[in-house]
Ligand binder design. Structure first.
Ligand SMILES: CC(=O)N[C@@H](CCC[C@H](N)C(=O)O)C(=O)O
Length: 384
């Protein structure tokens, strides 16, 4: 029988205990393979990727082979020290599934196990993808070439869990669901010196502070207020002690925007401001702007209209139309290549994604499996 709640909750709890960072998900990879190996194998073909060791692709053989429906889950955790107090808390110190990818994987296994027993009309491709958080795993998967002629989906689906929605609710919208992001890394180098002789030094605390202040004018002064953008600088370190003028500073942050055009516009403003600060404070600034695969997640109109219409009429689905969010997702890269829909699955937690306290409600798992086996069956039927 396909995996049920009584199977999926222990699977989720085990995955929760073994979080691993992007591209290091070896234990997770082995565990996922062990669960997939227990499913009926007649319809399944498993493909691993030598250049992306922790990824797994599983093809479910449909009645026809001229169309492929893709379903993607991410599998990585975060460098967060868990503070939930759960009996099945992370056993990997300093690492946690604080973004709920353990929920994503459990739902994917539930859906896969259903189709392993209920042959779909068309082929289906399940993607267990590493490194969503930091290393553009979706882009790496696509560029690995593993999604070749026999494995490239014609359409693609994925979800992210959402602590703000009721457990099990499905949230979605037409158009852009998530922002495109771009990491900012700036290393400032000046001349350190004695606190008593500022005229002989070149202070990177002052230059760095000016840089932070100026970067924080981009959204208020350079972004059309009818549109939107985010510049967050979450990390700023400089210097060593109060009576030594700092010769170096490091500032890291992230840009968020709902269109690629706006993201590029903000990137250009960051570059210009950095050049200006380097000139004004007579220092060197190494700037690295890194977008990778974190394009805006732009839902395909036709597929998403069908998805939302289905979810609105499904008797056992609590569907909520949502607003765009400034979270990022490397599914943005995949959906840029392959038309599809990304949606939210509510997990009802008072703590946000990435919080060390975040505990998703596990009733969401079976609700997600049921909603998506129903929808993907409908999607398959459309291909008849
Ligand atoms: C869902 C989620 O939280 N995704 C991450 C994606 C990270 C993007 C990239 N590393 C960056 O920081 O710009 C997020 O932080 O939104």
């Amino acid at each position: 029988m396909a995996l049920q709640e009584a199977d999926l909750i222990p699977i989720y709890q085990h995955l929760h205990q073994i979080p691993e960072l992007g591209l290091e998900e070896h234990e997770t990879h082995a565990y996922l393979l062990s669960i997939i190996a227990k499913m009926p194998q007649d319809l399944l073909t498993i493909k691993t990727i030598p250049t992306l060791e922790t990824a797994i692709l599983v093809k479910v053989s449909g009645k026809r082979h001229d169309y492929r429906i893709g379903y993607r889950t991410d599998i990585d955790g975060l460098p967060v020290t868990e503070a939930t107090g759960l009996p099945f808390a992370s056993q990997h110190p300093g690492k946690m599934h604080a973004c709920g990818h353990d929920i994503h994987m459990s739902v994917a296994l539930g859906i896969l196990s259903y189709f392993a027993e209920n042959q779909p009309e068309t082929d289906m491709i399940f993607m267990f993808q590493p490194a969503e958080e930091n290393a553009s795993g979706g882009k790496r998967l696509y560029e690995s070439g593993a999604l070749d002629a026999e494995w490239l989906p014609d359409e693609i689906f994925a979800f992210h869990d959402n602590p703000d929605l009721p457990a099990g609710a499905i949230g979605c919208r037409m158009g852009t669901l998530f922002a495109g992001t771009c990491e900012i890394h700036a290393h400032l180098t000046g001349k350190s010196g004695h606190a008593a002789f500022p005229h002989n030094a070149n202070d990177m605390v002052v230059a760095g502070s000016a840089l932070v202040q100026q970067l924080q004018t981009i959204v208020s002064r350079n972004v059309d207020p009818i549109q939107s953008g985010v510049v967050t600088l979450g990390h700023f370190t400089a210097g060593t002690i109060g009576n030594v003028i700092a010769g170096e500073a490091q500032i890291d942050g992230t840009i968020r925007a709902l269109t690629q055009e706006m993201n590029l516009h903000i990137q250009r403003r960051v570059r210009t401001i950095v050049e200006g600060i380097a000139l004004a404070y007579d220092c060197n600034i190494d700037l690295d702007l890194h977008q990778g695969g974190y394009y805006p997640v732009e839902n395909n109109d036709k597929i998403t209209a069908d998805f939302m219409a289905y979810m609105k009429q499904a008797a056992d689905v609590n569907f909520i139309e949502t607003r765009p969010a400034m979270t990022g997702e490397d599914f943005g890269f995949l959906i840029h290549q392959i038309p599809g829909t990304m949606f939210w699955l509510g997990v009802d937690s008072p703590y946000s994604l990435h919080s060390e306290h975040m505990v998703p409600h596990t009733s969401a798992i079976m609700a997600g499996v049921n909603a998506m086996t129903g929808y993907l069956t409908h999607r398959n039927e459309l291909q008849k």
